[in-house]
Design a binder for this molecule. Structure first.
Ligand code: FAD
Ligand code: UDP
Length: 385
């Protein structure tokens, strides 16, 4: 993996001051940096403790020369024209519609569950109309729908829930779906037609030259300085700054003083195989067997032509880098305590998935950063400084 890139600058002398110190060079931090430098004319220092920009969306070539996503597969999709147009300033796109098959009862079946999934699983020949009645028959009445179990059993019944959702969710989260908020499994729809795309958003495309190239363009502004391999705590006291944008885990910012917020982690196993193609679609889910949840073959996503192919296996973990907030009522309560403290800090703005403890997709983080920038009272920040 290549960790060096052209944005690394020599370390700064303490005489240089910044308007904004941004912690984290993922989508949240990079969009804020770009907006503050090019729209507000600010001098920005963007620090990340990792050796690269892009946060979890970072991509690079592996030893075989295949473009991979070291932190797991990232597929861009959005219904927001504003987000898509904004990012289009920094990248061209390659149209891509993601498809997922689930390995269930010895077959590879479309996920989200659709007409073909049910017909092939049960050996039926239902029409879309008949499938609607089928779901009505097998669905369990749940009122109110509160948990991730409720969402699925109230739509497709217990058997499909057990085969497609229960095992996957228990593996991914280390929790039973009945212990997780409804919003988690509600991310995956159910269809009565034959649409086998994972997402149905208006805009579905991958950055033509990868995410990292897009981030490089976003940050290639003379008023943005990027400092990698740097935990902000190492420099926060000696680099002069007026305003901070923080995009790391919110509980870490406050020294975990109200207790640790749980984040779910993953271990990634990356492999390269000496064949052009390994699997028929971008991702294969394994709800009921293996320690991993899913296997993604990057060339489907990127369109790269290469004699070999690279895949990633995702193994859920309780410990490790914080990748997912865990949507549960108790965690929302704990987050609220941190959020209240965050709101009292006029000099620090909290943006992004970890800082807001929300299960955001990339486009939602971009949208949040754009709105946050528009709402910032830049004059107040200058005065407060
Ligand atoms: P991050 O990308 O996490 O960036 C935060 C940065 O802050 C990190 O680089 C971190 O190193 C840095 N940082 C933290 N603490 C410090 C510190 N003390 N000092 C310095 N730096 C610090 N979204 C989609 O839209 N489509 C997908 O297909 C998709 N797939 C995903 C797959 C996986 C496995 C995961 C985990 C997420 C996926 N996402 C996907 C979500 C996507 O990754 C996030 O929405 C997005 O990357 C969040 O951006 P962010 O800037 O908020 O956070
Ligand atoms: N899920 C599942 N079976 C699947 C796919 C998803 O049970 O085949 C559940 C699981 O709880 C997962 C959630 O739906 O965590 C959201 O899935 P998504 O693909 O959006 O997860 P992400 O890409 O964010 O990891």
């Amino acid at each position: 993996m290549h960790s060096d890139h052209p944005l690394i600058r020599p370390s700064l002398s303490s005489s240089q001051g910044y308007d904004t110190l941004i912690v984290g060079a993922g989508f949240a931090g990079s969009v804020m940096a770009e907006r503050l430098a090019s729209e507000a004319g600010q001098r920005v220092l963007l620090v990340d403790k990792r050796p690269h920009i892009g946060g979890n969306a970072y991509d690079c070539h592996d030893d075989a020369g295949v473009l991979i996503h070291p932190y797991g597969p990232h597929i861009f999709h959005t219904n927001s024209a504003e987000v898509f147009e904004y990012l289009s300033r920094f990248t061209a796109w390659r149209p891509y519609q993601h498809r997922v098959l689930a390995s269930v009862d010895g077959q590879l079946l479309p996920m989200p569950i659709n007409l073909d999934t049910v017909n092939r699983l049960y050996g039926l020949g239902l029409t879309s109309f008949e499938l609607e009645s089928f779901f009505d028959r097998v669905a369990e009445k749940v009122d109110p729908v509160r948990t991730s179990e409720d969402v699925v059993v109230s739509r497709v019944g217990r058997d499909l829930y057990n085969k497609f959702f229960r095992g996957y969710t228990r593996k991914q989260w280390g929790l039973d779906p009945s212990e997780l908020d409804a919003s988690v499994t509600a991310r995956v729809p159910t269809r009565t037609n034959r649409d086998d795309r994972y997402f149905t958003d208006t805009f579905q495309a991958m950055p033509r030259h990868g995410y990292t190239r897009m981030f490089e363009k976003m940050l290639a502004h003379p008023r943005i300085h990027v400092m990698l391999n740097t935990d902000y705590r190492e420099i926060v006291e000696w680099v002069p700054w007026k305003h901070m944008v923080y995009t790391g885990p919110i509980d870490a910012f406050f020294g975990h003083r109200h207790g640790k917020l749980p984040y779910r982690s993953l271990a990634f196993e990356h492999v390269n195989l000496p064949v052009a193609t390994h699997q028929p679609v971008g991702t294969i889910n394994h709800p009921n067997e293996h320690g991993y949840t899913r296997v993604t073959e990057f060339k489907h996503l990127t369109g790269q032509v290469h004699e070999s192919t690279s895949l990633v296996y995702e193994y859920p973990r309780a410990e490790g880098e914080p990748f997912y907030p865990v949507p549960q009522p108790a965690n929302a309560e704990l987050f609220k305590r941190y959020e209240e403290e965050a709101e009292r800090l006029a000099h620090v703005t909290f943006v992004g998935r970890l800082a807001n403890y929300r299960y955001y997709n990339m486009d939602q983080v971009v949208a949040q950063a754009l709105v946050t920038f528009k709402r910032l009272d830049l004059t107040a920040i200058q005065v407060a400084a």
